[in-house]
Design a protein around this ligand. Structure first.
Ligand code: AMP
Length: 290
């Protein structure tokens, strides 16, 4: 595996690979790898002749009060894990390489970023789409892999690619969980033992919601009440939002008669975690995100 830190070198490598007729698969990340990241890399390995993984903690997607400075970082461990998962190139630029001091262009996807995390993190998705567009320009992938764990991010990137007529395939991959159901996240490392225990209620509440859906419950309010009840009974959990949305438009639904995503965000102490469940109505066509 080669580590590349400059945009020039990364572009040269990708251009050469494309000229040689190679398919480039790309996994953008912020590092501190866990099985969720590795599952994307393994799938990328299968889909591309060249597998590029980027490791870049993107300041533009953090608000000033958020955890950019403290975001967990461990380059040596990440380097090793990426290599073991079959990565050919780890692209790890400095912030000044990606955002020179005169940088002034951003990309904003409008409607699908308004709800859910967009309400508590109003500048977050602009930061994500801006960096992902830059990374696509630099890495020039044929296919890029993203986790459904960040469902709104996946929908937003698909929308950007569609709206801007970009030539990259977006592949969504299932959420990888710990054995006890907690969705893997680099931020889980922040959790104190009692917060880690309480965090299990996120997945537990979504599983309960799934049971209700499978029993035929169609009233969103009824399911939201149930989830709220489970989360509110945990003293270490402070709910940011729980919503049931159309799986494609991410608009709230009252009645569940199509494909939906049940998405939630909650604080465990200072740590904000997200999780979601997509539910495909048996008679509806597939969602765009999957
Ligand atoms: P991050 O480093 O958190 O920006 O994540 C990089 C990529 O890994 C994104 O596409 C995430 O959606 C994906 N990812 C993060 N956690 C998981 C997980 N538990 N399961 C599957 N994919 C994940």
């Amino acid at each position: 595996m080669e580590v590349i830190t400059t945009i020039k070198e990364m572009k040269e490598h990708s251009s050469r690979s494309r000229r040689e007729g190679k398919t480039i698969a790309f996994v953008p990340t912020m590092g501190f790898f866990h099985e969720g990241h590795l599952s994307l890399m393994r799938e990328g390995r299968k889909r591309g002749d060249l597998l590029v993984v980027s490791l870049f903690v993107n300041p533009a997607q953090f608000a000033p009060h958020e955890d950019f400075k403290n975001y967990p970082r461990d380059f040596e461990s990440d380097r090793k894990m990426a290599e073991e998962s079959g990565t050919d190139i780890l692209f790890a630029p400095e912030v000044s390489e990606m955002y020179p001091s005169d940088h002034q262009t951003t990309v904003q996807v409008e409607e699908v970023t308004r709800n859910l995390c967009g309400q508590s993190r109003p500048t977050h998705f602009r930061g994500v789409t801006t960096v992902v567009l830059m990374l696509f320009e630099i890495v020039m992938p044929h296919v890029a892999l993203f986790g459904e764990k960040d469902y709104q991010q996946l929908v937003t990137i698909r929308q950007m690619v569609k709206d801007l007529h970009m030539s990259v395939e977006i592949a969504g991959m299932p959420t990888v969980r710990e054995a006890d159901g907690l969705a893997m996240s680099s931020r889980n490392t922040y959790l104190l033992p009692e917060e880690r225990r309480a965090a299990l209620s996120l997945n537990r509440s979504l599983r309960k919601a799934k049971d209700l859906l499978q029993q035929g419950e169609q009233r969103a309010s009824r399911i939201l009440d149930e989830i709220n009840g489970i989360l509110q009974s945990e003293p270490f959990v402070r709910v940011d939002y729980i919503k049931i949305c159309d799986a494609d438009t991410l608009k709230d639904v009252d009645r569940i008669d199509g494909n939906v995503v049940i998405a939630l965000a909650a604080y465990l102490g200072k740590t904000r975690l997200i999780d979601n469940l997509t539910y495909r109505n048996p008679i509806s066509p597939p969602t765009k995100a999957q």
